[in-house]
Design a protein around this ligand. Sequence first.
Ligand code: S3P
Length: 431
Amino acid sequence: MSQVTLQPFDKALTGEIEVPGDKSISHRAVIFGSIANGTSKITNFLDGEDCMRTIHAFRSMGVSIDKKDSTLTIQGKGVKALIEPTEPLFFGNSGTTTRLMLGLLAGFPFFTSIYGDSSLTNRPMDRVVNPLKEMGASINGRKDGNNLPLAIRGKKLSGIEYRLPIKSAQVKSAVILAGLLAEGETNVTEQTQTRDHTENMLEAFGADIVRNGLTTTITGKKDLVATDVHVPGDISSAAFFLAAGALVSGSVLTLKNTGLNPTRTGIIDVLKAMNASIKIENERFISGELVGDVVIASSNLKGLVIEGDIIPRLIDEIPIIALLATQAEGKTIIRDAAELRVKETDRINAVVAVLSTLGANIEATEDGMIIKGKTALKGGEISSYNDHRIAMMGVIASLLASEEVTIDDISSIAVSYPSFFTDLNNVKEPS
Ligand code: S3P
């Protein structure tokens, strides 16, 4: 447990921040580097707990991964060189490791068992286990294979045609990864575009992958070729500072080298629609991903309705968007976001509990929330619910609160943003 008490802040935030590497892209870089042939160098890798779980999994299967700070050198020898791990694999808090690795473990020619922390243990896995079983996977576990711990006996897989019943990049990626190992073609069609880092990176690693609108086709059994990857800054981490810059009066912040893949920039669209002062500079492509500097300044915000196809483009940013909405004039309604109930915690209940304790006018709905602004925030004692994004939202909220805010445990921040407080302190004007 790591409790903090944060004092009221009455200055502005100014300066530049380069947030750590993107979590989704870091996981995928380790995965593809480990199953490719040859040496891949990964730079600006996210040195957070979740991505370390993915590294640990491949090291346990015999892959040599050298890590110096945020640079990885992965000696991939192809799928055939992987060995059966002797111990169960611990995936901690990482849903991405679990769901993506399940797609591969289902087709590796050996036995694995996987488990996680108490949050991960309760998160639904049938969303990936079901399509993988259709491909021939043998996966057993609690609740008919819906919950960790799970035991996977690698099998010969066959390609399938799969229409995603939920809007999830993790499920899409798990089926595509299994498709890499399967006999024949695998077709995955999604209802709405979700983050496409798996597809981008597979193209870079030389996979036989074709994209056509919302359908991705992968032909299995083709060797991947090692490729260097530079990971852009994580827009989901930058989002906390974009919100802080927009909300703390007099602030101007520049978020350097931030990933701007259009499947992830819902937060920027929302900030613009809320009337934020935001601009993007220096846009360019690095390792197949759009990157740029985002400059945000404080302004008066207005509420809005957030629903439909934009939701997957900002799903991880909803806690911080809710904080923005408490400071916006008028009503903000968030709908179609029931997925929040099965994230690291039930993020609808967690956000509503945290922000109501701090004096916001916010109510939960089945699939989202309704926030009425603008309300002054007061101090109080809040919980992070052991969820990194709730903890960071609580810290940013404390910058606006009139009294001190105590957060019960901020250790989860290490999951995605270990240098969060250092970066925050660097942009706080000295009192
Ligand atoms: C992720 C996809 C999203 C997101 C998660 C990371 C990924 O999850 O919330 O933090 O890297 O593919 P879902 O696919 O469950 O929506």
